[in-house]
Design a binder for this molecule. Sequence first.
Ligand code: HPA
Length: 272
Amino acid sequence: MTLSTRIQNAVEFIRTRTDAVPTIGLILGSGLGDFADTLENRLVIPFTDIPDFPAATVPGHTGAFVFGTSHGKSVVCLQGRLHYYEGHPMSVLTMPVRIMAKLGVETLVLTNAAGGVNKDYRPGDLMLITDHINYSGSNPLIGEHLEEFGPRFPDVSDLYSSRLRLKVKLAAVEAGISLRQGVYMMFSGPSYETPAEIRMARILGADAVGMSTVPEALVAAQCGIQVLGISCITNLAAGVSPTKLSHQEVMETAARVHDTFHSLVDLILKEI
Ligand code: HPA
């Protein structure tokens, strides 16, 4: 079955459950999935209900589309994203973005947990993504070009919309939420980076490293969807601190800043 058919089948299935036209999409990273529970008028569609939909496997990620409203806006959340390191081809793990595009999404908010490369960063910091470096070794747009989703060679010079970033920065200042701004660099994972790789990342201009977000952002860009990205710095990257990296530390920090992160995402939904 072609990717295009899989996407179309998923959209048709979702349309049997809801006629919502969400304008905002939200993809929630490690430890943040429960934001979807705060939406009003919620409707949950588990991935497992959707024909030919790939399965999520990471602990801390459940796997569902959650439709609802927030500040009077129609929203769809992806609770439990798909990752490259799970073995999904990038064209497959970004299916939810194309599904969202077909449902009506115009703005996509991507969140993730990331390691802090910038030496000023501390675990618990929130970072507005200004740009990315795709060091994953792949690109979700490789392969057959699906004309219906946009150009073969999309421009990504303002991928993380400077207009939306400005809005978010102003709103965050007003709400007293401190926000870093920096470049996110994607590694494939699932091993964390070596200290040498982190030194390289710093030299190349990265402020944070992680294993997600870039594929979804690129597909959204192709679809003409505006993108916002927020990283929760859950740990200092390899070699920056003497302690070993662990998924437990990532989840613990995400839990600690949970409430602030929720407030920020809520603010974003209100402002955009
Ligand atoms: N590296 C890569 N991905 C991550 C990290 C990290 O240090 N922390 C959370 N996700």
